[in-house]
Design a protein around this ligand. Structure first.
Ligand SMILES: [Zn+2]
Length: 365
């Protein structure tokens, strides 16, 4: 490997976002295939099915089939859908819905060696443009992160669709995107120090900064607008931050302490918040671990509070706190993303950082 490392960036070939763009789906699909197949969840697909079918038909590439039975992204589901799609001679797979549906769609496309397209139905995740699929067991336990040979060729985000989903999805997506602003620089620094094979490009790091600024500038307004059913410039800006900017360009991963803390906390009985919300709390923990300036931590904490993201353990649910040492232990699992921090983190440090977040949060108001 060259002395100065290898820079790498993985992106979807096309990103299209706007009110009503679902109507253009067929025109875009036509550029990649002629026999499209949709992979979706029942509720998500029922909301867009008529428009998807009409758009594909109008472009002369009618839907050859669909499977709207995805509730979890499992190997069994991927295999079953792949078999059926193969019989139908499918040449492009459209994953339509939340993270589990688009991940299943991407994995099916990979098996068929055909392009995949993501059409998200909500904003809780940035899985749409990523070249991976998070695989779970039938009983909803995390199994593995399956890396795919290529990202989707198109991510098509109809703001009208995603903004009409329950507002909490946008909040969850903002929590996950917030983490990226801190995890990706940490991951990039670690990769650089290790002189690893996949270094972040400066373009990816720039977009990452932009993502953070967008959240801070437009997050609260976007949240209010979505709650009152309005699609505004702030909503569009935040949707782009979540769907494109937060995942921009990091092909080989990019998570660090925030997601590791999330993974640890998910084993604590009583946790009631969703992925992006727990990750936002994990971000505050990471900021303390990094010994960031108090003013910076407070700014992010205030922002989290303003949009309804958790800043204290009690915001996460009625947690069994006796299990926190176990959670901290799990957060520091050497196979988890804590290993992407540029310095060693012990379970004790995680517990202390959680205490510090608690102290800062109670001193806030
Ligand atoms: Zn996440």
């Amino acid at each position: 490997m060259p002395e100065s490392g290898v820079r790498k960036m993985v992106l979807p070939a096309k990103y299209v976002q706007g009110e009503g763009v679902l109507g253009q789906l067929g025109v875009h699909v036509k550029q990649f295939g002629e026999r499209p197949f949709v992979v979706s969840g029942k509720t998500s697909f029922s909301k867009v099915k008529a428009r998807v079918q009409a758009s594909l038909l109008a472009a002369g590439v009618p839907l050859v089939g669909f499977d709207d039975s995805v509730v979890e992204c499992t190997h069994a589901k991927i295999n079953a859908i792949s078999t059926r799609a193969e019989e139908l001679d499918v040449d492009v797979v459209i994953g339509c819905g939340g993270g589990k549906a688009v991940d299943t769609g991407k994995a099916v496309a990979e098996k068929l060696h055909v392009p995949s397209i993501s059409v998200p139905s909500q904003c809780a995740t940035n899985a749409d443009g990523m070249a991976d699929a998070v695989i779970f067991t039938e009983d909803h336990k995390f199994l593995e992160d399956l890396y795919l040979s290529r990202p989707p060729v198109l991510v098509l985000v109809d703001t009208e669709v995603v903004a009409r989903a329950p507002p909490q999805f946008l909040v969850q997506g903002m929590g996950d995107a917030l983490a990226c602003a801190f995890e990706k620089p940490a991951y990039a620094a670690t990769q650089r120090a290790k002189r690893a094979n996949e270094l972040a490009t400066s373009a990816a790091l720039e977009v990452n900064l932009r993502c953070f600024q967008t959240l801070m500038t437009h997050g609260l307004q976007a949240n209010k607008d979505v709650e009152s059913g309005k699609i505004t410039e702030s909503v569009e800006a935040v949707v782009e931050a979540i769907k494109l900017q937060s995942g921009f360009g990091f092909g080989g991963g990019g998570c660090a302490a925030a997601h590791a803390v999330h993974n640890g906390l998910t084993i604590v009985p009583g946790i009631a918040r969703k992925h992006g919300e727990i990750v936002a709390f994990g971000t505050l923990v990471q900021m303390v671990l990094e010994k960031r300036p108090m003013g910076e931590i407070e700014r992010v904490m205030r922002w989290c509070k303003s949009v309804g993201l958790p800043i204290r353990l009690q915001d996460l649910g009625r947690l069994d706190r006796s299990r926190l040492p176990e959670a901290a232990e799990k957060a520091c699992d050497p196979n988890d993303s804590m290993a992407s921090m540029p310095f060693a983190v012990s379970p004790r440090m995680v517990l202390d950082a959680i205490d510090e977040v608690e102290r800062l949060a109670s001193a806030l108001s």
